[in-house]
Design a protein around this ligand. Structure first.
Ligand code: SF4
Length: 254
């Protein structure tokens, strides 16, 4: 096994401010960035705050920015960097810092609560409906989400525009709206909930200009833009300019 000494810069601080701290630290074959952060805690910075849990790319806890790119620390191999390269680890920029690499991601839980849940059909018994494979595949792709919030962090709508946060749900939760709107059994419309309209009016779909930055950072490889955001935009526009919907609204106003 070979090892070498790497140069790390890690952001230390809290809500009142902070800065990058330099470390020289041992790296061994096969290690990931989270291993190095743990070694820093064990040897040089015992009070370094970091959130992590599974160390297997499934809990979505150890999100951070590594050399400026949103990544999971547990899934970022040290071997992708040159041995002479300085590796900078900073907290997610779109969310308020709690301490060191830990951010307050409660914005995302607020947005999650704003999406009405799946509405099962009232009169459908178990086993009475057979889903098409493409509907199964779509739901399964979106359900791979581990809620790491890297897509939320990188999305330029909120990354540098705190003022947009109230009006914009972010790619992760617009994907949830898309999943439910395209689900063949979702009966929300029968309760008076039009997910296409609320996507625009309440979740800020119009802010998204499909730059695909969310798709690029997703560790689960979910095609957020192509398979969720663009289809949802198309469905919302179809709905808005549907001549039958327009006629119905005119008649109702009489
Ligand atoms: Fe993370 Fe991808 Fe889910 Fe976004 S869609 S929260 S990047 S797993």
């Amino acid at each position: 096994m070979s090892s070498y000494e790497a140069h790390f810069k890690v952001w230390r601080g809290d809500v009142s401010g902070g800065g990058l701290e330099d470390f020289k630290i041992e790296v061994n074959d096969g290690e990931v960035v989270l291993d190095i952060i743990h070694r820093l805690q064990a040897t040089q910075a015992p009070d370094l705050a970091v959130r992590w849990n599974c160390k297997a790319g499934k809990c979505g806890s150890c999100s951070a920015e590594i050399n400026g790119r949103p990544r999971l620390m547990c899934m970022t191999r040290m071997s992708i960097f040159g041995r002479e390269e300085t590796i900078t680890v900073t907290p997610l920029r779109a969310f308020p810092v709690v301490r060191d690499l830990v951010t307050d991601v409660s914005f995302n839980y607020t947005k999650a609560r704003e999406v009405p849940s799946f509405v099962p059909p009232a009169d459908l018994g178990p086993g009475e409906y057979r889903m098409m494979q493409e509907d199964v595949d779509r739901s399964q792709e979106f359900r791979k989400c581990i809620e790491c919030f890297l897509c939320q962090d990188t999305c330029h709508v909120v990354r540098d525009h705190e003022e947009n946060k109230t009006a914009f749900a972010g790619p992760r939760f617009l994907m949830r709206v898309a999943e439910l709107d395209m689900h063949p059994l979702d009966a929300a419309a029968e309760t008076g909930l039009d997910r296409k309209t609320t996507a625009q009016d309440e979740h800020g779909l119009g802010y998204c200009n499909i730059t695909k930055c969310c798709t690029e950072v997703c560790p689960e490889g979910i095609k957020i833009t192509d398979n969720a955001l663009i289809p949802l935009k198309e469905r919302a526009v179809d709905r808005k300019y549907d001549p039958l919907v327009w006629l119905g609204s005119k008649i109702r106003r009489r």
